[in-house]
Design a protein around this ligand. Structure first.
Ligand SMILES: NC(=O)c1ccc[n+]([C@@H]2O[C@H](COP(=O)([O-])OP(=O)(O)OC[C@H]3O[C@@H](n4cnc5c(N)ncnc54)[C@H](OP(=O)(O)O)[C@@H]3O)[C@@H](O)[C@H]2O)c1
Length: 286
């Protein structure tokens, strides 16, 4: 990094206009009074390598990675943290001793949000039900494995994709299709939605939560809208429900600390700022 210029970081994706990361990192830069900037880098699919080689040169200290580059970033890195290695997807990049490093902070972000929003949520860990089998599902499954769930059931519209995830993670994950869901909910300690259902512009996740035990916790990692139909239904049913925005805020912290040298916190002020931005989001935004 140049000694004379303030550090720069940013989020790389295609498209990247929808990303909330600039709001989060700029808030922290201002809060700490640090010199530096955080930008959006619109990089087309296939052009990730020509972007990534610039990291660690001049003033560009690192980047967050969003769709569709997370897998390409993982392949392109010289070194990955154990969690990034296990997920095959990278969302945070930096250069160290000349080598490009990649981390995946979605796991830590999900766990920090759960710990903060539903203290004691791992008191019961017999069965966790995960809806969806995309990239985000992998981070949630890794997190539930790390917290010692006895069984993790992956329910997905396309069963073969759930089976591929289960083949990747092994025990204690198992694949299931929609008709299996009702029976599984009767025993579930935790239900997490990682599918697109409930997101603005998508159909709601319309499932009956009645079979869930009264002690069950429901989490939705979708954060546009802030309170999805699943979250509303869980609260109406009297269950503890964890919204997705906190995961987004917490997953940003490790990158900031690495690039700008200060350990940020997820304050009420930051939450209010990003909530206001999400509330202003048009329905078609993702
Ligand atoms: N809070 C956070 O920090 C955070 C972090 C990461 C992601 N997310 C959110 O998590 C969600 C998923 O992201 P992702 O990267 O995992 O996406 P993805 O890889 O595209 O996976 C999408 C998943 O949704 C399912 N799905 C899509 N449309 C469906 C429908 N109409 N009916 C049933 N299932 C449907 C897909 O099922 P098929 O396999 O059958 O297509 C797949 O399992 C997004 O809303 C994203 O914003 C939040």
């Amino acid at each position: 990094m140049s000694k004379n210029r303030a550090p720069r970081a940013g989020v790389v994706g295609w498209p990247v206009d929808h990303s909330r990361s600039p709001t989060i990192h700029r808030h922290w830069l201002k809060e700490f009074g640090l010199p530096g900037s955080y930008e959006r880098f619109a990089v087309r699919p296939g052009e990730f390598p020509s972007f990534a080689v610039q990291i660690g040169r001049a003033d560009l200290v690192g980047a967050n990675v969003t769709a569709p580059h997370k897998e390409a970033a993982s392949r392109f890195c010289d070194r990955r943290t154990p969690v990034a290695e296990a997920l095959g997807a990278v969302n945070t990049l930096w250069r160290q001793d000349g080598l490009l490093w990649g981390d995946n902070t979605d796991v830590a972000g999900f766990l920090a949000n759960m710990d903060e929003s539903a203290p004691g949520w791992t008191t019961r860990t017999k069965l966790g039900v995960v809806i969806g089998a995309g990239g985000a599902a992998r981070a949630i499954i890794y997190a539930l494995k790390a917290r010692g769930f006895d069984r993790i059931m992956v329910v997905n519209r396309t069963l073969s994709r759930a089976e591929a995830v289960v083949a990747h993670f092994g025990a204690p994950t198992q694949a299931a299709s929609w008709p299996d869901l009702r029976a599984a909910l009767k025993e579930a300690d935790l239900l997490v939605n990682t599918s697109l259902l409930g997101m603005a512009g998508q159909p709601p996740l319309a499932i009956d939560l009645d079979p869930l035990p009264d002690s069950a916790v429901v989490a939705d990692i979708v954060y546009v809208p802030l309170r999805t139909p699943l979250i509303e239904a869980a609260r109406a049913r009297g269950l503890r429900a964890v919204e997705g925005l906190g995961m987004l805020l917490h997953q940003a912290a490790p990158g900031f600390a690495r690039w700008f040298g200060a350990r940020p916190s997820v304050s009420p002020a930051l939450r209010a700022l990003v909530e206001a931005e999400v509330l202003g989001t048009r329905v078609e935004a993702q």
